[in-house]
Design a protein around this ligand. Structure first.
Ligand SMILES: [Zn+2]
Length: 253
């Protein structure tokens, strides 16, 4: 059961990384990039046609969210459960993002979607009435029956004092330097999603039908975005920005 409040959560300082493994770091090459010959303008040319939707898709993401481009409403029909990792879990530097495989579910009516992974973009990919944010977090879910996918996004805004941020993000970004280069893997700090789930439940959402924002740009992906940003302190944002670089696809609407 989902805890009814976050009172039992004690934010803890991230521990230093326990393990550090190298995939083949020297030869690791990202499948695509955010500039140059493998950048967004060329994604559809990469591979053997499997990325063609990046150019020919009709419902591509990200978009600028506003009253005419997405539904604005309440999240009450959605039940979000994200499983904690008190001892941390593994984060991967894919060269295109930092990705963390994780467990959880999103339920709506009789449909259940299972969390596959979550990852980060700097700056945000979606815009909100023309505004962008320093970071966007994406949780990617899949329905085990029909393989349809949903993505849940959170905008992240800076806050002023050290430790003022969302504990989950601080626990990841505080040690993100341990996966500084593509191909590296290391442990996060303890992950507790309680406050993030509370944030989701207590704010309006935007919904629209779009795509993956990375090759193969698959459609449809049902997007759900929390309308209110969560926070990260400036110090940890700078650590994350240094590792993530620029990894946002331009808006498509
Ligand atoms: Zn993403």
């Amino acid at each position: 059961m989902q805890p009814s409040s976050c009172l039992l959560v004690t934010p803890r300082a991230p521990r230093s990384a326990r393990s550090l493994r190298y995939r083949d770091e020297k030869t690791f090459e990202p499948k695509f990039t955010y500039s140059g010959e493998k950048g967004p303008d060329h994604w559809h040319e990469l591979g053997n046609g499997e990325n063609s939707l990046c150019a020919s898709g009709t419902h591509q993401s990200p978009i600028d969210l506003h009253a005419a481009s997405a539904q604005h409403g309440s999240p009450t029909a959605l039940t979000l459960q994200l499983h904690p990792y008190p001892n941390g879990t593994t984060m991967h530097n894919l060269g295109t993002t930092i990705e963390i495989p994780a467990h959880g579910t999103m339920r709506e009516g009789n449909r259940t979607y299972h969390l596959v992974q979550f990852h980060f973009h700097t700056p945000s990919e979606h815009h909100l009435y023309g505004e962008y944010f320093p970071v966007e977090v994406h949780f990617v879910f899949q329905n085990p029956v029909d393989a349809s996918r949903r993505a849940l996004g959170f905008f992240v805004e800076l806050c002023a004092s050290q430790g003022c941020g969302e504990p989950l993000l601080e626990s990841i970004f505080g040690v993100v330097g341990t996966v500084a280069r593509p191909g590296m893997e290391a442990s996060t700090g303890p992950l507790d999603f309680c406050r993030l789930v509370e944030h989701f439940k207590s704010n309006k959402i935007y919904r629209y039908s779009g795509s993956l924002t990375t090759p193969p740009c698959s459609e449809p992906i049902e997007w759900i975005l929390s309308a209110a940003p969560v926070a990260i302190d400036a110090e940890n944002f700078l650590l994350a920005k240094k590792v993530l670089g620029f990894n946002a696809r331009p808006v498509q609407n």
